[in-house]
Design a protein around this ligand. Structure first.
Ligand SMILES: Nc1ncnc2c1ncn2[C@@H]1O[C@H](COP(=O)(O)OP(=O)(O)OP(=O)(O)O)[C@@H](O)[C@H]1O
Length: 309
């Protein structure tokens, strides 16, 4: 890193349009070194576009900032040297073995001893026993792990991971996240986009965007507190008709089904209490006050933003 700053990402007012559509709108974020920053938002909300601006692959229409102390507008080459970017479409050569893939990537990066670098990555990722297996034969979870291994080969200071675990099974996702935490304890900063709530909960801080706008940012308790949502958990029979009915009630902002429960929330606490009293009196359902979950808050943010998902 060029500057001895504790801040790895520091961007202000990033804005980007494609044609007439403003895809990222006045995006501001700071990420401390060694932190895992989660990046969430509905499909098409501008996460990939933001990530591409952070690493110098795309120039913002307006806004400014530094990544690893380098100017995102003028020092793109320096940024690329110290950033590992795992794109959504990250692909490996299916017909090459795992070792050959890693050696190939090491050569592309111009590393001095590609064989040694590949061997180091194999050991670090627990892939030594599979080194001679074709990458095309790996399960989804191992493929992503290999992709992560390729990203960290040149020793980046910052990892930008764009939905790295999409479509990967829960066990493999947990393993992948153990690896991310391991890398962060070694001083790497990680910004990772995801749609999974359990992954969001493993981040130090979260940023949530919809329609290109940053709607919430902070630790999970901070985001939950700032949502100011009074939430009840409802159980009992006939939750689907109840859900449809509640969605039409003024004062109810969130109605979401979670397994055999319904989460119901609103910003107007008095209005919510009136609704709860009325429905509780019917004696059909059991209403219990609870803290809003992170997912409740995101559902609320999304509906308020009018995001189409
Ligand atoms: N090069 C481009 N030209 C035109 N439109 C683009 C381009 N890149 C992205 N877009 C549009 O910008 C919007 C935001 O896309 P982006 O990929 O940044 O969202 P995202 O949050 O990463 O979505 P997802 O979660 O689906 O990956 C989308 O409507 C997309 O179609």
């Amino acid at each position: 890193m060029s500057a001895e700053s504790d801040i790895a990402i520091d961007v202000r007012g990033l804005t980007k349009s494609f044609g007439a559509k403003k895809v990222v709108d006045n995006f501001t974020l700071q990420v401390a070194r060694g932190h895992i920053q989660g990046f969430l938002g509905p499909n098409g909300s501008g996460k990939t576009t933001t990530i591409r601006m952070l690493c110098g692959l795309l120039t913002p229409d307006s806004g400014e900032g530094e990544c690893l102390g380098y100017d995102i507008r003028g020092q793109q080459e320096e940024i690329k040297r110290y950033v590992g970017y795992m794109t959504q479409g990250f692909s490996l050569y299916r017909d090459l073995t795992i070792r050959e893939n890693l050696e190939f990537v090491a050569r592309v990066y111009g590393l001095e001893a590609p064989e040694d670098a590949a061997q180091g990555a194999l050991e670090r990722l627990g892939l030594v026993a599979r080194a001679d297996q074709l990458a095309g034969e790996l399960s989804g979870g191992w493929k992503q792990r290999l992709a992560l291994g390729a990203c960290i080969l040149p020793g980046p200071s910052l990892l930008l991971l764009d939905e790295p675990t999409a479509g990967v099974d829960p066990k493999a996702r947990r393993d992948f996240w153990d690896e991310i935490h391991h890398l962060a304890t070694q001083g790497l900063t990680v910004l990772v986009s995801t749609h999974y709530m359990d992954e969001a909960e493993r981040c130090h801080r979260i940023a949530y965007i919809a329609n290109g706008r940053l709607l919430a940012s902070g630790t999970i308790p901070e985001i939950i507190a700032s949502a100011n949502l009074s939430t009840w958990v409802v159980t009992g029979d006939g939750l689907d008709p109840l859900s449809s009915e509640l969605k039409r009630q003024p004062g109810v902002d969130v109605v979401a089904r979670f397994g055999s429960t319904l989460h119901v929330g609103g910003h107007d606490e008095a209005a919510m209490e009136r609704i709860v009293r009325r429905y509780s009196a019917e004696g059909v359902h059991y209403w219990r006050r609870d803290e809003p979950s992170l997912e409740d808050v995101f559902i609320d943010l999304m509906s308020r933003a009018g995001a189409d998902q």
